[in-house]
Design a protein around this ligand. Structure first.
Ligand SMILES: [Zn+2]
Ligand SMILES: [Zn+2]
Length: 212
């Protein structure tokens, strides 16, 4: 087995300390990587990771990225230890998960101390190649947008929100939902025409002040 295919990283020091040369490290059985002896950051090359994952593909555990434990890492931008350019950031999961730093041209992943262990605990250590795809990132993004929208609606409708969702789901199951909606809109506007004030509200307060 070759030491590592990361030829471009030979003799490159970690950014934590100019003299801290990366050392050979095996985060998992048969997986070659490099680690900084000072800050314990782990640097993985996709060329080393992909053959390893191919051997373990059948063992990938099922994961649910919306329920991953984790923490938000808000460290400053990372420089690729190989080419010294700013690394791109990839979310590992939804709200509480952390970011992976990755340099696409070099195919190098940067993991802060403890992050590999965290990936292992959440079953994601065998998903790095998938996490780094546009599809995974887009899915996370759309779930975040949906949850943000739900929060706004919850704030807008307050205690009524669960009932609104129940009615919406019920309507969604009706074959004649367009008819039902048209009927409701019509009868509610008739009610409004009969003198009952029809006020658009936000969080229980009228959006527009009624004329005195
Ligand atoms: Zn370091
Ligand atoms: Zn690079």
């Amino acid at each position: 087995m070759t030491y590592t295919k990361m030829i471009a990283m030979k003799n490159i020091a970690c950014s934590c300390e100019p003299r801290a040369q990366f050392e050979r490290h095996e985060p998992a059985d048969g997986l070659l990587a490099q680690r900084c002896p000072k800050c314990r950051a782990v640097v993985l090359a996709l060329q080393d990771y992909l053959p390893w994952i191919e051997r373990h593909d059948s063992e990938r555990p099922a994961v649910n990225p919306s329920h991953l434990p984790g923490r938000e890492t808000l460290s400053k931008a990372r420089l690729c230890p190989s080419c010294q350019r700013v690394m791109a950031r990839y979310r590992t999961g939804d709200a509480d998960s952390f970011w992976l730093d990755f340099c696409p041209p070099c195919g190098v992943v940067w993991l802060d101390a403890g992050e590999w262990e965290q990936l292992e605990q959440s079953g994601l250590a065998s998903y790095l190649d998938i996490i780094l795809t546009e599809r995974w990132q887009k899915d996370i993004q759309s779930r975040r947008v949906a949850s943000f929208r739900d929060d706004l609606l919850r704030e807008r409708f307050g205690a009524e929100f669960p009932e609104i969702l129940r009615v919406r789901d019920w309507l969604g199951r009706q074959a004649r939902r367009r008819d039902i909606l048209a009927f409701l809109a019509e009868s509610l506007s008739e009610k409004a025409a009969q003198g009952e004030p029809f006020v658009i509200t936000r969080a229980g307060k009228p959006l527009v002040k009624e004329a005195q």
